[in-house]
Design a binder for this molecule. Structure first.
Ligand SMILES: *[C@@H]1O[C@H](CO)[C@@H](O)[C@H](O)[C@H]1NC(C)=O
Ligand SMILES: *[C@@H]1O[C@H](CO)[C@@H](O)[C@H](O)[C@H]1NC(C)=O
Ligand SMILES: *[C@@H]1O[C@H](CO)[C@@H](O)[C@H](O)[C@H]1NC(C)=O
Length: 174
């Protein structure tokens, strides 16, 4: 494994969740795939819409972020060591790896890559619908389960870009 890749994995594993400066306002922050100069790249996004306390029975008092409307939600089971090849996002969509491990790289660019560990750290906004695309591999010996939720009418949730590159170390919801 590339040393930088291992570093990003360790960073992701060790610093998944930490507090924001204002203790009463919480935002969802996650890595996004975008197209820049016809090439896919990572950005770290913080959604504009903060978490709110729910009054819905069953989750009353819990923090809920409303992050858009979706169409044709998919539940995908990727085999161990599957190679998804080079592709662009078919449509702008939320992808959440809920188990297993995904590893994303870019064709002809060794400077950027990221692991997505199934679970809380497995959230990704895939919005690189044009350009040269990205490569997704699933290198673990387990299946990777991914939920894909295309945004209705391709409408990406409002966000600020915290930085270029994946969110490793900044990915948070609390
Ligand atoms: C956060 O909420 C607590 C309890 O409601 C309140 O006492 C405190 O002043 C709030 N802090 C900020 C920075 O708004
Ligand atoms: C989602 O759909 C509801 C109901 O049609 C609408 O009120 C709301 O504005 C939509 N949200 C977004 C982000 O488009
Ligand atoms: C952008 O990338 C696509 C896919 O690789 C390619 O077909 C196209 O020629 C590129 N466009 C430019 C302007 O480089």
């Amino acid at each position: 494994m590339h040393p930088l890749a291992l570093f990003s994995l360790l960073t992701l594993l060790s610093t998944n969740v930490f507090g924001q400066s204002d203790p009463n306002t919480t935002y969802l922050t996650a890595t996004a795939l975008v197209t820049k100069n016809n090439a896919s790249a990572f950005e770290c996004w913080q959604l504009n819409e903060p978490f709110k306390r729910s009054s819905v029975p069953g989750v009353s008092g819990a923090q809920v972020a409303t992050i858009g409307n979706y169409t044709d939600l998919g539940y995908t089971i990727l085999p161990p060591r599957y190679d998804g090849g080079i592709h662009t996002a078919p449509v702008p969509q939320l992808v959440h790896y809920v188990s297993g491990l995904a590893y994303i790289t870019f064709p002809g660019d060794d400077t950027s890559s990221a692991f997505f560990v199934g679970g809380i750290g497995g959230l990704l906004f895939a919005a690189d619908t044009t350009g040269t695309g990205h490569i997704t591999r699933y290198p673990s010996d387990e299946i990777t389960v991914a939920i894909t939720a295309p945004f209705e009418d391709g409408k990406i949730p409002g966000h600020v870009v915290l930085g270029s590159g994946a969110c490793a170390g900044k990915q948070t919801f609390v």
